[in-house]
Design a protein around this ligand. Structure first.
Ligand code: PEP
Ligand code: MG
Length: 880
């Protein structure tokens, strides 16, 4: 029988798979001797079983009773005991934090009798006891019984009639309990369950089930969290932040998660319970003020924070409660942070001697680096500031104001940039937050839902801009000075300073990009941190990084960004625009003479193109791929041309008729699988030869050039042999040395790689084509057609065009690497599909032992960093 329940004294921080993040860290804090209220964790394994079977697994109830009995013994009171009740909270806690996405129920164990026992425990504080009871019914009704939370909120608002929460008396809450019970009766047809054990059991099941709530599913997809992990459930004895002004609850960070600065950061709310802070319902006070309210608790909190940071060797975030002057730790974890903070903190920890540079490189990600490369607002531009809130998540966002999630999604789908403006956000706003460029709220602190979620997504967010009066109903907000911003009006928000501007503020490049472009490191702390981490990543990585570039300008940028060569120069891209006509002439040529003429026109252009690139790369390797034009991209559209000729009737020109006949002959139903790449090279005499001559001439013109000639779409060694022989002759005649290799982008090439390597000096994996052909779906069409449904169904967690599908396409890559190297041990190996710039795929490339990845110039720094991280973290089954 699996062990489904772990006491907090039994777990530790490394058991996140089983106990979830929250449970594992509660156990770790318990073991560190910190003041954690006693409790236990029900495992993710139990959740997975519940979700699969629709019922709690056998044995769980018995284990649950045993652990509860032990907890009751320890606390000296029984769950819901009428004169002196033990109350517990039931909280979700998955391996990866999903803020606010799943459910929590507090105060379990209260009923009409134990509420009086609670009042007694609290020194006769009736108000507190009835408030706790009504909160239980409210959370239970919403979470466990699925009742619309508005019904409870409205009842509370009616009762308050303009008063604040703090004005409500015990009798008010007692009345509210009755109202809430009536809501439950009306909505479910049953009474609120008075039996504490039944409450507990139902709450556990509801938390398990909340793993599959729509917003949790959406969040996981966005954050690429696997769908099958399940959540753990933490059952923890209750401590109360809402039993008077000497109590309260708060959230703290050991450093500023926005900037990385060391110091005291957090929010505190007096006389409040758990969720009030995170939900941003009441405005909080800065944590520093706790020092004046309760110096003893504050000092202890500071000591604990230091201990936690030294123990975890990282920024921690913390939830705590003060119950009548006594501090309790409710949660800690390695905290989410902005991209800039991640880099700064990593080097600060190195300087403090807590981690080494190797570890610092693993503490940041390519995605974070990419975020730092986004532009920011132009400091010199004229701006009309209308409010300043908290700088919750950095970046510069410009867009049209929208006031609800649905509208944000709608306008974003129509291609508009939008800023979602809310009084406060809640988990139901998630879809709108994903769709928006930025998020602006008028209430809530840096730890409010909006702030936490936006930071996690790397989305610009300003929160708690209290000067703004936001009215979602009227779809507008007002700012001081009578400024009114209605839905659709342009605003700009600066997540680094917290400022809100009217209209569109121009943006400028980021200093990190300027650094990559060659600007000196200077005094900018962030740039200095990026520089140190990148230098170390470069020192430890085994993978080389090249760029996909087809022009001298791109090649030069790629070099500045640190590319050590070009992994893919697509020559068909040289024939877009005006030059497209020349390829058209060539493919449609009626006879040898016409073809020769077209080739003669192309050759000098190609020579000049290659010369420019070879110059820019100055002796670094340049892989030139011979032309691979999917014909539909280069020939006139068949349907359009047919219509034109048909409409012209007898007046149609001879040229048009001939063109139509040729296009008809070459028309393909599925052009991505048609006359492309090497196939075209073998069918149109002289085409590849012209390109090889141009490469040879350009290489001669730029001494030191290391040209590599790459043949596309090869599926059989015979194809490659034909081209190779011709190319070898041309190169020998020109007296130029160049390696000749092939792309591996047709499954058959991967499966016969041992043979193909006999004729290839290098392989470069064209994983765009390899993905479409391995899956049998067209890269041009499917993403829009049905990928969203496939993602929803969990067929894959992320598009295989974005992240390499290790099991399928990756297997083909592995076969080709192993068999290719068996034939030719010094075979060069790289990747030039889009996956070459994707972090997870780069780790895969490292593992299978490729020599380099090649990606777009702007992704080069990301690839360098991820290659370094891969060297430090991957299994590294280097095949050499
Ligand atoms: C590929 O197929 O992965 C590739 C790089 O070639 P292209 O995208 O030009 O087809
Ligand atoms: Mg391809």
């Amino acid at each position: 029988m699996p062990k489904y329940v772990y006491d907090f004294t039994e777990g530790n921080k490394d058991l996140k798979d089983l106990l979830g993040g929250k449970g594992a860290n509660l156990a770790e804090m318990t073991n560190l001797g910190l003041p954690v209220p006693p409790g236990f964790t029900i495992t993710t394994e139990a959740c997975r079983s519940f979700l699969a079977e629709g019922a709690l697994p056998e044995g769980l109830e018995e284990q649950l009773s045993r652990h509860l009995a032990a907890l009751e013994r320890r606390m000296g009171r029984r769950l819901g005991q009428s004169d002196d009740p033990l109350l517990v909270s039931v909280r979700s806690g998955a391996k990866f934090s999903m803020p606010g996405m799943m459910e929590t129920v507090l105060n379990i164990g209260l009923n009409d009798e134990s509420v009086r026992g609670l009042a007694k425990q609290a020194g006769g504080n009736e108000r507190f006891a009835w408030d706790s009871y009504r909160r239980l019914i409210q959370m239970f009704g919403k979470t466990v019984q699925g009742i619309d939370s508005e019904l409870f909120d409205e009842a509370l608002e009616r009762l308050k009639a303009g008063r604040s929460d703090l004005d409500l008396q015990a009798a008010d809450f007692q009345g509210l309990v009755e109202t809430y019970k009536e809501i439950i009766r009306a909505e479910t047809g049953e009474d609120f369950p008075a039996d504490p054990y039944r409450q507990l059991r139902m709450a556990v099941e509801a938390v398990f089930a909340s793993w599959n709530a729509p917003r949790a599913v959406l969040y996981r997809r966005q954050e690429r969290i696997p769908a099958d992990l399940g959540t753990a459930v933490n059952v923890c004895s209750m401590v109360f932040g809402n039993c008077g002004m000497d109590s309260g609850t708060g959230v703290a960070f050991t450093r500023d998660p926005g900037s990385g600065q060391q110091g005291v950061y957090g929010d505190y709310l007096q006389n409040a319970q758990g969720e009030d802070v995170v939900a941003g319902i009441r405005n909080t006070m800065p944590l520093q003020e706790l020092e004046h309210l309760d110096k003893h608790s504050y000092d202890e909190l500071m000591r604990i924070m230091e201990k936690l940071e030294n123990h975890y060797r990282d920024l921690c975030d913390i939830e705590f409660t003060v119950e009548r002057g006594r501090l309790w730790m409710l949660q800690t974890r390695v905290g989410k942070r902005t991209a800039a903070a991640a880099f700064r903190i990593a080097v600060q920890l190195v300087d403090q001697g807590l981690i080494d540079l190797d570890e610092a490189v693993t503490r940041v990600t390519g995605d974070q680096l990419a975020q730092l490369m986004f532009p920011r607002f132009d400091g010199g531009a004229e701006k009309k500031r209308i409010a300043t809130g908290m700088n919750a998540s950095p970046g510069a966002a410009v867009g049209r104001a929208v006031f609800c999630s649905e509208r944000a999604v709608e306008l974003a789908a129509a291609g508009e940039a939008v800023i979602l403006v809310r009084r406060e956000t809640n988990p139901d706003d998630l879809a709108g937050m994903i769709a928006a460029h930025g998020v602006l709220t008028s209430r809530g602190g840096k730890t409010s839902h909006a702030a936490v979620v936006a930071r996690g997504m790397g989305k610009t967010c300003v929160c708690g801009a209290e000067e703004l009066e936001v009215s979602a109903e009227e779809r507008r907000f007002t700012a001081p000075g009578g400024v009114v911003v209605a839905e659709g009006d342009l605003i700009s928000i600066d997540g680094s300073s917290g400022e809100v501007f009217l209209g569109e503020v121009p943006v400028v490049p980021s200093p990190v990009v300027e650094y990559f472009e060659g600007a000196p490191v200077g005094g900018d702390e962030l740039v200095a941190a990026v520089h140190r981490i990148m230098s170390h990543a470069d020192a430890v990585r085994r993978l080389d990084v090249r760029a996909n570039a087809d022009t001298g300008e791109d090649a030069a940028r790629a070099r500045r960004f640190g590319a050590r060569g070009i992994g893919l120069c697509r020559t068909e891209h040289m024939f877009l625009g005006d030059r497209r006509r020349l390829v058209e002439d060539l493919v449609l040529a009626g006879g040898d003479e016409e073809r020769e003429r077209a080739l003669a026109a192309l050759e000098p252009l190609q020579r000049a193109d290659f010369t420019e690139i070879f110059r820019a790369m100055d002796g670094l390797p340049v892989t030139v791929r011979l032309i691979d034009p999917p014909l539909h991209e280069f020939l006139p559209d068949y349907t359009e041309l047919s219509v034109k000729v048909a409409l012209a009737g007898d007046r149609a020109s001879d040229g048009d008729r001939r063109l139509l006949a040729a296009v008809k002959r070459l028309h393909e139903q599925n052009p991505m699988l048609g006359l492309r790449g090497v196939r075209l090279g073998l069918v149109v005499p002289g085409l590849f030869a012209m390109q090889v001559r141009a490469i040879a001439a350009a290489a001669k013109a730029v001494p030191g050039t290391r040209a590599e000639i790459m043949i596309p779409l090869v599926g059989a060694v015979q194809e490659l042999e034909c081209v190779r022989e011709e190319a070898a002759g041309i190169l020998a005649e020109a007296g130029v040395e160049a390696a000749v290799g092939t792309m591996i982008e047709v499954p058959r090439a991967a499966l016969t790689a041992g043979r193909i390597a006999e004729a290839a000096e290098f392989f470069s994996f064209g994983t765009n084509d390899l993905t479409q052909m391995a899956w049998g779906f067209s890269r041009d069409d499917v993403e829009a057609a049905f990928f969203s449904r496939y993602l929803e169904l969990g067929v894959f967690g992320v598009s295989p065009f974005e992240t390499l599908d290790r099991d399928g396409v990756g297997r083909l890559v592995r076969i080709a690497v192993e068999e290719g190297r068996r034939t030719r041990p010094d075979l060069g190996l790289g990747i030039c599909g889009e996956h070459g710039g994707d972090p997870d795929s780069i780790h895969f490339c490292h593992e299978v032992g490729l020599d380099y990845v090649s990606c777009s110039p702007f992704r080069v720094p990301v690839a360098r960093l991820e290659a370094g991280r891969a060297a430090l973290t991957c299994a590294g089954s280097d095949t050499r």
